[in-house]
Design a protein around this ligand. Structure first.
Ligand SMILES: [Zn+2]
Length: 72
């Protein structure tokens, strides 16, 4: 899977509609430009990423679906 270093340094901000520099928190990262939460990938890239995961699912790794659940 091709994933240039670009993605290691930036995350996707829906508000800015692009990959941005971010501030990293424990479970969440924030856009340095607008303060919105950022995602690891854009929706399009995320689809690609999930497709990629589908092919590896048989290995038994559990995806962490609700990372914020233990916050209380
Ligand atoms: Zn932003």
């Amino acid at each position: 899977m091709e994933r240039p270093d670009y993605y290691n340094d930036k995350k996707f901000c829906e508000n800015c509609d692009g990959y941005v520099n971010y501030l990293m928190g424990l479970d969440t990262s924030w856009c340095v430009s607008c303060g919105e939460r950022v995602k690891l990938y854009s929706p399009v890239d995320w689809d690609n990423f999930r497709e990629h995961l589908e092919t590896r699912k048989t290995r038994g790794g559990r995806p962490r679906k609700n990372p914020g659940k233990e916050s209380a």
